[in-house]
Design a protein around this ligand. Sequence first.
Ligand code: UT7
Length: 392
Amino acid sequence: MARSGANCSASTASQSGNASWPRTLVPPLRPRRSRRGGAGGPQATRLQATAHHIPSRLVGTGSSVPQQTLTNRDLEKLVETSDDWISSRTGIRERRVMTPGQNLTEFATEASRRALEMAGVVPEEVDLILLATSSPDDSFGGACLVQGALGATNAAAFDVTAACSGFVVGMITAHNYIQSGQFKTVLVIGADAMSRLVDWTDRNTCILFGDGAGAAVLQAGEENASVDGKKVGVLGYKLRSRGADNGKLTTCYMSGELQSASTASEGAFKIGQGAYESLHMNGSEVFKFAVRAVPEILTAAAENAGVEMADVDHFVLHQANQRILDAASDRLGVDKDKVASNLARYGNTSAASIPLALDETVRAGKVQPGHLIGMAGFGAGLTWGGVFVRWG
Ligand code: UT7
């Protein structure tokens, strides 16, 4: 098979997470209505489309990562690098990587089970499953695999592809479905097996990434639900994209061509058949983009949400580089202690990084009812997005 240039550049140029969680943090849900036996099935539980003030409450989180740990010292044996270079430039000390034979669905499913358990929701109650990923087990989509594994038989399921911004895009998509009254309970998963996408001989990129999964349950709450007079659930968001800079971070499809062959009829035919190449990144360009994008998108999302940056209790940002987290908190003028960081242990897990960090923050007991959480993702596309949620 002959391969030619990349097709995709728009540029003209388990050891799983802690299973216990502080139940008292999550306010009780409304009594469930049975799905089964009703005349309308899932349709019967749909909310009225006219209800515009339905809060999308964040009621559960979960995560799961592979057991195998790859340290910076391990990577010294693969590529010309050092523990000192990696940890001082990125903050990463180790990452989790799937072993051959493991698949992403099992980690996405385990993370989902934990989120559902925290939410007190059984799989049959889930109306919609959104899987944010760039590395599904089936390129037709991984969400249905999770749906099947969970037994979420009443749920529609589809993938969201927005690289490292995928979880935030998924949250916002879920929120809009809930607000429109179409769905009541939505499971949003961010999961990636970046070990599948990186070139393990490229020291510029392979040292950065790891595998993992995180999940969150969003559920329609009572109209005007609040804690201490403050509205809960998703309060506001902002999404942006810049396709002109797509070439800065890609896993492109490379054109190829099957050997021409003569047909029984006249002439020859040509069939394009290539393959996806490994991840390519212009690290310094993406770095510069990220340090501007995070404060910009959070500022815009805060305005849409009607909240002040000073009132945010927790920032859960895409975990790409500790220097990006530090620069973002400096530019926003917020306390670094409020910015979640698990880079040292997991590296960059792409779509999984925000829900993984969110779940750790919740399970550590740091998130109290009424707390305001700001999340921001950024990455390939280029895409970036921010969302504010009040827990409760
Ligand atoms: O999730 C998607 C979003 N991704 C990101 O946000 C990643 C953003 N970018 C970054 O985090 C940083 O740009 C990197 C960590 C990727 C790179 O850090 P940097 O400080 O921008 O380093 P650099 O690329 O400018 O490279 C500096 C030097 C170069 O050598 P010379 O040309 O100065 O001699 C590189 O060849 O470091 C060299 N280098 C390495 N050395 C040891 C690059 N990678 C390595 C390595 N080990 N792994």
